[in-house]
Design a protein around this ligand. Structure first.
Ligand code: ADP
Ligand code: MG
Length: 236
C-alpha cells in the first residue's frame, strides 16, 4: 500500500510568555490510502496538535507533512486553504456546529465558504440536495430542520460527519469523535466512520483515548514524549 498522508520529523512548541513549551519532537507517522489509523496517548501529549499540523490548521516549527509524497505544509496560503476545504475533512469532540443554524444549514455551510456567496445562491438547489443526501447517509434524514440544541450528542456528531463529507475529502481527521458520547452511541459513530472509510476509500486518522475504539482501527499508534510509537492493542 502506498503512503497517502505522512508526518516526517514534525516538531512543534508553544510559547507561554518567554518560555517555549515543546510538544512534538520529531513525530513520524503515516497512513496508507484507505487506512484507518487510531492515535492514542495521554491527555496533553500533543494528539490534537499533531492532527492540526497534518490537516494544515497550523504550521510545524520543523519537519514536514506530505500528501502522496509531495510536501504540502509549505505551500502558499491559498493552496493550503483549498486543501483544508477539499482534501481534508475534520471532526471534533464537541462537534463545532453553529447553534443558530439547522442541521441542513450546518451541512450546507462548507459549500458557502468554498464557493462564495454568488455561486452559492446560484447553486443553492444542488447544494441543498447534496447536503440532504449527506444527512440521509449518516442517518439524519428525519432531522434536517432541527437545530443542534434539538439533537442528541450522537446526532450532532453525525451531522458534523455529514458536514465533513461535503467537500469530498480524501483524508478524514477526527479528534476524539466519540469522546463526549456514551459507549453505545460512540460505538455507533465509530461504525459509521468505519463504513464510510470502506465505502469511500477514505483515509482516516482518529484520535481517541478509548482503547475499545482504538482496537477497531487497522493500526494503532501512540503519541508519548513528543514522538509516535507503534502500539499493539492488548488482546482483552
Ligand atoms: P492532546 O490533544 O493530546 O490532549 P494537545 O495537542 O491539545 O494535547 O496539547 C499538547 C500540549 O500543548 C498541552 O500541554 C497543551 O497545554 C499545549 N497547547 C496546546 N495548544 C496550545 C496553544 N495554542 N498555546 C499554548 N499551549 C498549547
Ligand atoms: Mg486533544
Amino acid at each position: 500500500m502506498t503512503t497517502h498522508i505522512a508526518a516526517l520529523g514534525l516538531c512543534k512548541s508553544y510559547r507561554k510568555g518567554k518560555i517555549e513549551v515543546p510538544v512534538l519532537h520529531g513525530v513520524d507517522m503515516e497512513a496508507s490510502r484507505g487506512e484507518l489509523v487510531a492515535v492514542i496517548g495521554a491527555s496533553g501529549s500533543g494528539k490534537s496538535t499533531m492532527l492540526h499540523l497534518l490537516g494544515l490548521l497550523d504550521q510545524p516549527d520543523g519537519g514536514r507533512v506530505e500528501l502522496d509524497g509531495r510536501r504540502i505544509d509549505d505551500r502558499p496560503d491559498r493552496e493550503r486553504d483549498l486543501m483544508r476545504n477539499r482534501t481534508f475533512g475534520f471532526i471534533f469532540q464537541f462537534y463545532h456546529l453553529l447553534p443558530e443554524l439547522t442541521a441542513l444549514e450546518n451541512v450546507m455551510m462548507p459549500h458557502l465558504i468554498r464557493s462564495g456567496l454568488f455561486a452559492y445562491i446560484k447553486e443553492r438547489k444542488a447544494i441543498r440536495r447534496d447536503a440532504e443526501e449527506m444527512l440521509e447517509r449518516v442517518g439524519l434524514g428525519h432531522r434536517l430542520t432541527h437545530q443542534p440544541s434539538e439533537l442528541s450528542g450522537g446526532e450532532m456528531q453525525r451531522a458534523a460527519i455529514a458536514r465533513a463529507l461535503v467537500g469530498r475529502p480524501e483524508v478524514l481527521l477526527a479528534d476524539e469523535p466519540t469522546g463526549n458520547l456514551d459507549a453505545a452511541t460512540g460505538q455507533g459513530v465509530l461504525e459509521l466512520l468505519r463504513d464510510l472509510n470502506r465505502e469511500r476509500g477514505l483515509t482516516m486518522i482518529l484520535v481517541t483515548h478509548d482503547q475499545q475504539i482504538a482496537n477497531q482501527a487497522d493500526r494503532v499508534v501512540r503519541l508519548a514524549e513528543g514522538r509516535i510509537e507503534e502500539w499493539v492493542p492488548a488482546l482483552v
